[in-house]
Ligand binder design. Structure first.
Ligand code: PLP
Length: 226
């Protein structure tokens, strides 16, 4: 299919890096399933550096050479520009930090999965909330975000209540792609639009302590009891 139409698969693994995908035909790590996988090392990501950074994964030497060229002003040889490129090199200082953090990635993710499991156990019983589910065995979740759907229209009140109690939360994302000025279309994508009104992401990171999480869970449960 892809070959017939001359298409490539580019996989955005900025939130999923470190998770595994499994189907009858394919088994692999997120970022390695397409022709090119990409990730971000922005500080808040599962593997973050101390500024901006990212990486591209591919098994193709030709694509690797092309990406290296594009990231370095379109040059293969200094001051000889073959194509119009970008200045998108990874700073050495960021690479040094990532080299130290990389061996811990699986641990960071295990801790995220543990936190998500506790949220699921205690928030799954709250009627107004729909918790994330992993529907297939042998697939794993990297839980870059822990996002719930608030089904009863109380999302914004919940967010305000959390804020009053010193608990940060985020809406990822407040505007769907087709409503962004840059990509605006007249299409109606009802489910995306509804989700933007209903989702809320709760604190999750390897450093979140059990005590902090207990406090968050108790507050959310008390909000829905009253
Ligand atoms: C963070 C993120 C990006 C952007 O990463 P940059 O490092 O800012 O380029 C792209 N896609 C997803 C899914 C992300 O989470």
């Amino acid at each position: 299919m892809l070959e017939k139409h001359g298409l490539y698969i580019l996989e955005d693994a900025a939130q999923s890096m470190g998770s595994k995908y499994c189907s009858e035909r394919i088994f692999g790590s997120s970022g390695t399933l397409g022709d090119i996988g990409t990730t971000s090392f922005f500080p808040s990501k599962n593997l973050g550096c101390y500024g901006d950074g990212g990486a591209v994964f591919t098994n193709s030497d030709a694509l690797a050479a092309k990406v290296r060229m594009l990231a370095n002003h379109g040059q293969t040889q200094k001051y000889h520009h073959e194509v119009i490129g970008l200045n998108s090199r990874l700073d050495t200082i960021q690479a040094a930090i990532l080299n130290i953090k990389l061996p811990f990635l699986d641990n960071y993710i295990s801790r995220r999965v543990e936190i998500a499991g506790r949220y699921n156990d205690s928030l799954g019983i709250v009627k107004s909330l729909k918790i994330p589910q992993i529907k297939f065995e042998r697939r794993t979740h990297a839980f870059h975000q822990y996002t719930v759907i608030v089904e009863d229209g109380t999302r914004d009140q919940l967010r305000e209540f959390l804020k009053e109690n010193g608990i940060p939360s985020m809406i990822y994302y407040p505007l769907p792609l087709h409503k962004q000025k840059a990509y605006a279309t007249k299409d109606e994508l009802k489910i995306s639009e509804q989700l933007c009104q209903k989702v809320i992401s709760l604190p999750i990171c390897p450093e979140l302590s059990n005590e902090q999480q207990t406090y968050i869970i108790n507050k959310i449960q008390s909000f829905y009891k009253s």
